[in-house]
Design a protein. Structure first.
Ligand SMILES: Nc1ncnc2c1ncn2[C@@H]1O[C@H](COP(=O)(O)OP(=O)(O)O)[C@@H](O)[C@H]1O
Ligand SMILES: [Mg+2]
Length: 275
């Protein structure tokens, strides 16, 4: 892992302590299902046959929530959001949106059902203009372009200002706005964001967190993966710490932020690296 300044001994002690937590973290019970907009329960999935990366992950999202997913590199955070978005086969477990199974639906079916996804990398078409990128966002409903563009540009004024520029000519932060804008063009009810602040300057990171809160305040429920764990927990309603494709800790953002075990095992070095 590239997060910490710790020595080899400290790193292996940390690893052992994390393994201990995972051994004792039992299956998560979802409880009353009717309270959730989205449920991923005991999901197993992976890239190579027979090799699971997600080893029984559970995550829930209520209407109006921002839910954060944090955890070490390689924990399976991106894999979880990709699986929710139908990009990987659900081998075991269930994924439901408003009580209906969406496991193994195609990405475009999910987009039609109101799920938007912004991948971690390569999330804009660099040779297309900003406007064309946003048109791609509504290729399923091209007639809505004008109205949607106006609403999305109200949230991200930059998209109007840079409308005719090629997305590839924009800075990393600006491209992230294009990617988020594109996902919002279909007026999703759930937005999946994979590390929206990765590689951005601190000013743009702040802006992204602000935008996420703003998007959420317009009624979009958000699941966001973040490396910037502390900042993420500060703004999210609830958070999940994933490790080795399992749930290590779950709680409100504030609970996780102040949990001594979470701090020691998952926030200490990340915080040192980020601050
Ligand atoms: N396309 C892929 N093919 C095979 N293995 C992959 C692929 N993408 C990710 N993995 C593996 O899955 C594990 C989890 O990766 P990922 O979900 O990207 O982690 P995170 O987002 O938490 O850093 C890692 O061990 C990674 O090497
Ligand atoms: Mg990732």
């Amino acid at each position: 892992m590239s997060d910490g300044p710790e020595s080899k001994e400290e790193a292996s002690a940390l690893q052992e302590a994390r393994e201990e937590v995972l051994e004792h973290a039992g299956a998560q019970s979802v409880g009353d299902r009717s309270q959730y907009l989205l449920i991923a329960e005991e999901v197993k999935a992976g890239y190579i046959p027979e090799v699971n990366i997600l080893n029984g992950c559970t995550l829930t999202l209520r209407e109006g929530e921002v839910v954060g997913i944090i955890g070490p590199n390689g924990a399976g955070k991106s894999t979880l959001v990709k699986t929710i978005f139908g990009l990987l086969t659900v081998r075991e477990g269930t994924i439901e949106l408003r009580g209906e199974s969406i496991a193994n639906c195609s990405a475009h079916e999910l987009v039609s059902s109101g799920v938007g996804y912004v991948p971690q990398t390569q999330n804009v078409f660099p040779t297309l203009t900003v406007e064309e990128n946003l048109e791609m966002g509504v290729f399923l409903r091209p007639k809505t372009f004008r109205e949607r563009f106006a609403e999305v540009a109200a949230l991200f004024p930059l998209l109007e200002q840079r409308r005719r520029q090629k997305a590839g000519a924009l800075s990393g932060g600006e491209r992230q706005m294009v990617a988020m804008g594109r996902a919002l063009m279909m007026k999703p009810s759930v937005l999946l964001l994979d590390e929206p602040t990765a590689g951005l300057s601190p000013i743009f990171q702040d802006e992204v967190f602000e935008r996420v809160k703003q998007i959420n305040s317009t009624g979009v429920s958000v699941i966001m993966v973040e490396q910037n764990a502390r900042r993420c927990l500060e703004i999210c309603d609830r958070g999940y710490v994933l490790d080795q494709g399992r749930n290590a800790y779950t709680g409100s953002g504030a609970e996780l932020l102040h949990d001594p075990n979470v701090i020691e095992l998952y926030l200490g070095t990340l915080a040192a690296a980020a601050d």
